[in-house]
Design a protein around this ligand. Sequence first.
Ligand SMILES: [Zn+2]
Length: 331
Amino acid sequence: MPRPGSMATPRIGDEIVVAGQFVHTGTRVVLWMDPGGYDAYRVERRFSPLERADWEHSHQDEKELTSPNRYNMRRNGLSAEEIERIRGGGWDLPTLQRVVDQFVIHFDACGTSRECFKVLQDYRDLSVHFMLDLDGTIYQTLDLKERAWHATTSNSRSVGIEIANMGAYAPGEKNPLNNWYVKDASGRTRITVPPEQRDGGIRTGNFVGRPARVEPVRGTIQGQELVQYDFIPEQYQALTKLTAALCKSFPRIKCDYPRDAAGKLVRQKLPDAELNAYQGVLGHYHIQTNKVDPGPAFQWDRVIGEARKLLHGGMSDMADQTSKGHLHTGR
Ligand SMILES: [Zn+2]
């Protein structure tokens, strides 16, 4: 038996929290309880003056804030008895695996995860489980057992991630892209965080972010032509690992994206019946007609293809270890 007061095995810094259990991802994760983390459990605003951060003042200062909590309880598909048990926090992994079957990808249109958290927590009644910053750092703000508020009709059944990216715009529409993306002397494109965001809160010192493609990408989402800079290779790498970890932890999240009859990416909202039946990775725009994220630049095949390799190749050791274990009991 461990001696009282002795420290438990330290985490290595790649763990996400799934119904109170630590699950490895193989990429850097900062949790809400870590120094420098973002805590969506808190009622206070994070960046307002401290003396006005409490709920009473926040409610007065920001009319859009209507609830001290920016998340609530998943209860879809649960019996009255199960709801009574989990309302006190008593989730177990098999129950959570039964109700979570979608992983929703967003871009944050804020540019950095710090700014994203500021908007969600301080100005809007919104939340999301993960944020993925420019340098590939993943922030988890809530246990995946919570119902975060990021994707309307899919909140109860999904896990969500906001990826730092300034977003997609109609050609000719006023946009902030020129403030964020510059070509340097070498002809390569790099990100410059505008002065109002100071260092942007990026965890990696002196990080230089370069979109995976030099030129902005054009493409059609919801029948609308859009222009967007691609995501950063560090972001793709981290997202791939997180996607694999989630597909492994939640057997109902299929490692795939919405496809048409020809096997091509669906580029608009899924019809309600299809969305209802869909279990896998998807974009915010597959859920709502008024959304275009993660935009035309997002490389679905890169993320899903690499995640599948991790699931079927590089993670085979892990699969062997867990195939008879608790991770699969929810299937
Ligand atoms: Zn979104």
